[in-house]
Write a protein that binds this ligand. Structure first.
Ligand code: C2O
Ligand code: CU
Length: 471
């Protein structure tokens, strides 16, 4: 393959790991003596996890719960996480959406060696931009994220004028409770059943979860009358989730940690693609409870409705779930952003890459997911030099959703289906639906080897992945 261990390249000044730890001042070539360090210990461990009464799964976790321990750090501070691996398989932690040095990116065989059973590794990086992020293992992601190795990471604004009365994090996922997820990802045949966007995964999973809980064990959202709650929603699963809110209750304020423009940002249906995050401002004009419904239903499965209550004694057992399928819908390709990378579509482009997404058959592997008719690691890399302006045109020629995620860079979406957007969008993940084309631009300003892949982790593990490779 074309990649190698970056931290073996001592010659270019890349700091060396010493006992699984790196000197952060050397790493950033910066003095951090005045900076706060927020430190966490995360242990990867197996637990029996209860989704709800009578529904237990065998989970792999960070610190014994699904999701793992929520991490919180203030913008500009150093996040230091000591990972201990108590599983009997290797793991890593990837900091999804964070802009950080390549050695901290948590991609096994590319930015570090996976952390072996019994071993430790210390991640350290500066929390550069405020917003909603998440962390997850990047070792055999289709299996490990599926089994629960994920959690939230919130970077708080340093000078926060807090607009919200309360805040809640919702991590969405789906589980297969009646079979071992291992068999799901090692049986490509499972994925051939359906030929439209979501039929593949629908067959495998039977239970939607919110913060690791299903059914009546889902913890309600609290929005008191006259108050505003900030919901930070993270999709850690495989399916695009469509959440339905009653009219007038909900505004989108950020996608992927990047603030959206404060106009046309109300809708009754809000989509969150796998790997994507959306921040919502929810208000409540009535003093009775209601439900956020998930319109992405599992065939013969258990769907998640999230109760919204106005005080903790509210009884919501007999309320009809809100099912507003009609009306306006917002997804990650809808709303423009406040802070753009490029004021105008760059007309000087240094690297131009055409990325065609498709499905294919491989003699040995059965069904595979491809970029430019190749599977990783044979997919052509995006070769850049530091300082380049890079344009990527992503075409989805297949019948599945491909939420494409670029590690540790933000990109600007300039056009969709060959139409220039009125308001450019800045993201780290764009869900490219069947038949869609996006034109994105980014600045090659973070040296290293970075994955660019589909965040349906099954698709990624079956080949839909490439590397942005700096000279
Ligand atoms: Cu959530 Cu390779 O990333
Ligand atoms: Cu995909």
């Amino acid at each position: 393959s074309s990649y190698h261990w970056i931290f073996n390249e001592g010659s270019d000044g890349t700091p060396q790991l010493v006992n699984g730890e790196i000197n952060i001042e050397e790493l950033y070539k910066n003095d951090f003596s005045d900076q706060n360090i927020t430190e966490y210990n995360l242990t990867a461990e197996e637990v029996e996890w209860s989704l709800e009464n009578g529904k237990k799964v065998n989970a792999w976790t960070y610190n014994g719960s699904v999701p793992g321990e929520p991490l919180r750090v203030t913008e500009g501070d150093i996040l230091k996480v000591n990972l201990k691996n108590n599983l009997d398989v290797p793991v890593t932690i990837h900091w999804h959406g964070a802009i950080l040095p390549n050695v901290m990116d948590g991609v096994p065989d590319l930015t570090q060696e996976a952390v072996q059973p019994g071993d430790t590794f210390t991640y350290q990086f500066e929390a550069k931009h405020p917003g909603t992020y998440w962390y997850h293992s990047h070792q055999h992601s289709a299996l490990q994220v599926d089994k629960g190795l994920y959690g939230s990471l919130v970077v708080e604004e340093r000078d926060q004028q807090n607009n919200y009365d309360r805040e809640q994090i919702l991590i969405l996922d789906e589980w297969a409770t009646d079979r071992n997820p291992e068999s799901l990802t090692t049986m490509p045949g499972m994925m051939m059943g359906g030929m439209n966007g979501e039929a593949d995964t629908k067959q495998m999973y039977d239970t939607y979860t919110v913060n690791g809980k299903s059914g009546t064990s889902i913890e309600p959202i609290m929005v008191k009358k006259g108050e505003k709650t900030l919901l930070r929603i993270i999709n850690a699963g495989y399916q695009v989730q469509r959440l339905s809110f009653p009219k007038g209750t909900t505004k989108v304020v950020a996608y992927d940690a990047i603030k959206t423009l404060d106009k046309n940002n109300q809708a009754s249906v809000i989509e969150v693609a796998p790997g994507e995050r959306v921040d919502l401002e929810v208000s409540n004009h009535q003093s009775k409870p209601w439900f956020v419904s998930n319109l992405t239903s599992l065939e013969d499965g258990v769907n998640a409705s999230i109760p919204v209550i106005t005080n903790k004694n509210d009884n919501y057992e007999n309320i009809e779930p809100n099912q507003a399928k009609e009306g306006s819908s917002i997804d990650g390709a809808t709303l423009g952003n406040k802070n753009l990378i490029f004021e105008d579509t760059p007309n000087q482009v240094d690297v131009s890459y055409e990325m065609d997404l498709n499905m294919g058959m491989d003699m040995g592997d059965g069904m595979v997911f491809q970029i430019n008719e190749q599977q990783f690691p044979n997919t052509p890399p995006i070769e850049v030099e530091e300082g380049d302006i890079v344009k990527v045109e992503i075409n989805n020629n297949g019948r599945f959703n491909h939420p494409m995620h670029l590690h540790s860079h933000r990109f600007q979406v300039e056009s969709k289906n060959d139409q220039k957007l009125n308001e450019p969008i800045v993201k780290d993940l764009i869900n490219v639906k069947p038949g869609e084309t996006f034109e994105i631009f980014f600045k090659a300003d973070n040296k290293g080897e970075w994955l660019f892949h589909c965040h349906d982790n099954n698709h990624a593990d079956l080949g839909m992945m490439t590397i942005v490779d700096y000279e």
